[in-house]
Ligand binder design. Structure first.
Ligand SMILES: Nc1ncnc2c1ncn2[C@@H]1O[C@H](COP(=O)(O)OP(=O)(O)OP(=O)(O)O)[C@@H](O)[C@H]1O
Length: 230
């Protein structure tokens, strides 16, 4: 189902079941256009399952509910998923016609101007994720879904990628849903943080610059079941 550009992204009563396990259980969610939302949850809480439902990548999974997303949805995963037999620029514009110039611009935006003709295996993991971001951007998504996109990167590269993603978000303003294990990543990047628990959104926290980051962090860690006693 498609909505007009600029409309809310809306999930209602979403249920997803694997065998006897009800991973999502009547989940409701709204994402506003141009809003950066981070999704936290314990391992196995269903974060990837929710993201796949939003991406329309779960036709084989049982369940119900409604998912309303825009036509233009891009997904970035933990691994860049580049085609190894294609150079960087063709990977970016894959499936698009006449988009080479836009592809070059996107590569420049992610700091890879001049690397258009490189092969994926000539790039570092961080650079490959930059290519994946460029591939998403060139499609001008209204919704960008990111599933632990920096999970495999070292700490310094991850920080650089945080700044890059936030800058790209501010320039292009898609709605973003970032799945992450990392409370600090969520606080650093998002305007709104959600915690998935028991198959639903259990906590919603809007962030603003006046908040005490340490307090927000403690609250989110508690919601994730990290009590400080461990
Ligand atoms: N294809 C599948 N078949 C059976 N069970 C699945 C399948 N995909 C996910 N699950 C189960 O559904 C639950 C939620 O998985 P999901 O990957 O959505 O969690 P997650 O919150 O993203 O976890 P993590 O943070 O560890 O990546 C898990 O218990 C998982 O084992």
């Amino acid at each position: 189902m498609a909505t007009d550009v600029g409309e809310l992204i809306r999930v209602e009563g979403l249920t997803r079941v694997y065998g006897s396990r009800r991973v999502l259980d009547g989940l409701d969610l709204e994402l506003a256009p141009g809003e950066f939302t981070a999704l936290l949850g314990r391992s196995g809480s269903g974060k990837s399952t929710l993201l796949k439902a939003l991406a329309g990548l779960d036709a084989d999974v049982a369940g119900g509910g409604t998912v309303q997303v825009p036509d233009e949805v891009s997904v970035v995963f933990q691994d860049a998923r580049l085609l190894p037999w294609q150079r960087v620029l063709p990977n970016v514009v894959l499936g698009l016609t006449g988009a080479e110039e836009r592809g070059r611009q996107s590569l420049a935006e992610v700091g890879l101007a001049g690397r258009e003709r490189a092969w994926p295996n000539e790039l570092s993991g961080g650079e490959q994720q930059r290519v994946a971001l460029a591939r998403s951007l060139v499609r001008e998504p209204r919704l960008l879904l990111a599933d632990e996109p920096f999970g495999a990167l070292d700490a310094l590269t991850r920080l650089k990628m945080h700044r890059l993603l936030r800058r790209l978000f501010e320039q292009h303003r898609p709605a973003v849903l970032l799945v992450t294990h990392d409370v600090d990543e969520a606080i650093a990047l998002a305007d709104r943080v959600l915690v998935l628990d028991g198959g639903r959104i259990a906590v919603e926290k809007r962030l603003d610059a006046t908040m005490d980051a340490a307090e927000v962090r403690a609250e989110l860690l508690r919601a994730l079941g990290v009590t400080g006693d461990e």
